[in-house]
Design a protein around this ligand. Structure first.
Ligand code: F6P
Length: 356
């Protein structure tokens, strides 16, 4: 395809394109929206509309016009100007028919779906029902296949690392064990990265169920050796090895997702009781998802947004934009959502070198 002097591809006929943000929010969502709109309007002459509250807006035909002017100032802003929910067309009676009606009523040529595993799986299902969708991978968890990075992850790691740095000084003053619970539903990318960056004494992740007695023995040895203060980073989805600790029954939210958060307190209680070491807990929770994105996430989100509207114009429906070998390329959604991306053994092995 021909390129102009700015390196952009030749622009075919203007299109009408919808955008939605679904699932949990994430720093960088607004930067993606801005990237889409900028190139769509300026380069292609497209009309862009933003559906409100994720798929709900498409089902209910509820949207706002997205123009370059409407997107001014949103690059550094956390959250999403469009709102988000976990509702999908498959949860609502005649949901898919309603989505198709909205698309045809508004003469939409494509839908850009910005979301995590659940939202992108839904995007694939709607593509299989004939919808022209392009995905953008979002999540602080960094667990989506097909892309080396999702936006939001770098910000979450930066926040968690800063928290661990702060915990170090107070832990040292009191000679305590500090348990720091970070997000990571199915995978331990945030925990592993922040644990390495923050010099954690131990990092527990969902990929490796932990034996609490082994954790306690290591802490006791460390404190006996006269070294003081320990930071144990635990991903919210980390689980004890079978038969080691009895977990309370987990609550489920209105979308059927297990409500995580709590393993930090359980672990801290076990550590204190088994070792006698004074232990405190910090649960970072949604702090990791709020606020302004890091420069890395602003750049990645902007690149994803620009690439997503390009993918619409090159007809890459049923694809998701992805970071691979420093380039952004469209990848088939079916390959990206089929399996979660776990922490590699190579990276976790680096983390373990610094344990206790
Ligand atoms: O998937 C991103 C994530 O932040 C997970 O790490 C976490 O388990 C979940 O979302 C929390 O979701 P909610 O905001 O619905 O509690």
């Amino acid at each position: 395809m021909a390129q102009d002097q700015t390196g952009s591809t030749e622009s075919p006929k203007p299109l009408s394109v919808g955008v939605l943000t679904g699932g949990g929010d994430c720093p960088g969502l607004n930067a993606v929206i801005r990237g889409v709109v900028r190139k769509a309007e300026k380069h292609y002459g497209d009309r862009v509309v933003g559906f409100l509250d994720g798929w709900k807006g498409v089902i209910e035909n509820d949207f706002m016009e997205l123009t370059i002017d409407a997107c001014r100032g949103i690059l550094p802003r956390g959250g999403t100007i469009l709102g988000t929910t976990r509702i999908t067309p498959f949860m609502v009676e005649d949901g898919m028919a309603k989505v198709k009606a909205t698309m045809s009523e508004n003469d939409l040529d494509a839908l850009i779906v910005i979301g995590g595993e659940g939202t992108l799986s839904c995007a694939l299902a709607t593509y299989n029902e004939g919808l022209p969708v392009v995905g953008v991978p979002k999540t602080i968890d960094n667990d989506i296949g097909g892309t080396e990075r999702t936006f939001g992850f770098d910000t979450a790691v930066a926040i968690a690392t800063e928290a661990i740095d702060r915990l170090h000084t107070t832990a040292e003053s009191h000679d305590r064990v500090m348990v720091c619970e970070v997000m990571g539903r199915h995978v331990g990318h945030i925990a592993t990265w922040a644990g390495i960056a923050g010099g954690a004494t131990m990092t527990l992740i969902p990929e490796h169920p932990f034996d609490v007695q082994i954790v306690c023995d290591a802490l006791v040895r460390r404190h006996e050796n006269g070294r003081f203060a320990s930071i144990v980073v635990v991903a919210e989805g980390a689980t004890p090895a079978p038969g080691t600790i009895d977990l309370p029954k987990q609550e489920v939210d209105r979308y059927g997702h297990i409500r995580l958060g709590g393993i930090g307190h359980i672990l801290a209680g076990e550590i204190e009781q088994r070792t006698g070491l004074e232990t405190r807990v910090t649960t970072l929770g949604h702090i990791q998802r709020g606020g302004t994105p890091t420069p890395f996430d602003r750049v990645l989100s902007t690149r994803f947004g620009v690439a997503a509207i390009d993918a619409v114009h090159t007809g890459h429906f049923g694809h998701m934009v992805a970071l691979r070998s420093a380039s952004i390329t469209p990848q088939p959604l079916v390959d990206c959502v089929s399996e979660l991306k776990y922490v590699s053994d190579e990276l976790y092995d680096v983390a373990t070198q610094f344990f206790a």
